[in-house]
Design a protein around this ligand. Structure first.
Ligand code: AMP
Length: 193
């Protein structure tokens, strides 16, 4: 049982690692980006609204994002832990998540920060854009996403560090090597797979 989140710049490999860690720890990997993209694909009202922000590399408003996560965390599969990938991303979302968990008498166990060099992530994302056709992976939008990350999300590292929840892991290297590094860091904190 572990309640954790992954934080790191776009292109650091959060999605890939989240899926692998979810398997290893037997918990659902919940990606707000994936949920938004599914809604965009299905042209739901949430998707239509979210797309306006996503296409520009901006964050979807906190009110929409918080409501989505609050609902998702009530699903049965979250009873024995979860891994949030790409949420929270703002200080308002940090507060909202704290409240959601407090209301259930729960709290976060650990926050994994994936470290990545900005130049490397821009190159990775451009490759992903070519392969997967993500509309927010063009160079201009990527640069904006990195800037939004620096401005809105990087302060979270300090917040969680102050709570002694932070584990920072080098996100460079092969996919399995990074997974191994994260698992080793989590094991050292007492969270066995
Ligand atoms: P991701 O797949 O995590 O890179 O997310 C893709 C896009 O979805 C982001 O650039 C945002 O526009 C939106 N998004 C995902 N998660 C959040 C969040 N926690 N808060 C606001 N917007 C988000």
């Amino acid at each position: 049982m572990v309640r954790m989140l992954l934080v790191g710049p776009p292109g650091a490999g959060k999605g890939t690692q989240a899926a692998r860690l979810g398997e290893i720890y037997g918990i659902p990997a919940i990606s707000t980006g994936d949920i938004f993209r599914a809604n965009v694909r299905d042209e739901t009202p949430l998707g239509v609204e979210a797309k306006r922000f996503m296409d520009r590399g901006e964050y979807v408003p906190d009110s929409l994002t918080n409501a989505l996560v609050a609902d998702r965390l009530t699903h049965d599969d979250c009873a024995d832990g979860f891994l949030l990938d790409g949420y929270p991303r703002t200080l308002d979302q940090v507060r909202a998540l704290d409240e959601m968990l407090n209301a259930q008498g729960e709290s976060l166990d650990v926050v994994v920060e994936l470290l990545a060099d900005p130049d490397v992530v821009v190159e990775r994302i451009k490759l992903r854009g070519a392969e997967q056709g993500r509309s927010d992976d063009s160079e201009e939008v990527v640069r904006n996403r990195l800037e939004v990350y620096r401005r809105e999300t990087s302060p979270l590292v300090e917040v969680y560090g102050g709570r002694d929840l932070l584990v920072s892991v080098d996100g460079l290297g092969t996919i399995p090597a990074v997974t191994d590094r994260i698992v080793a860091a989590l094991t050292a904190r007492g969270f066995g797979a």
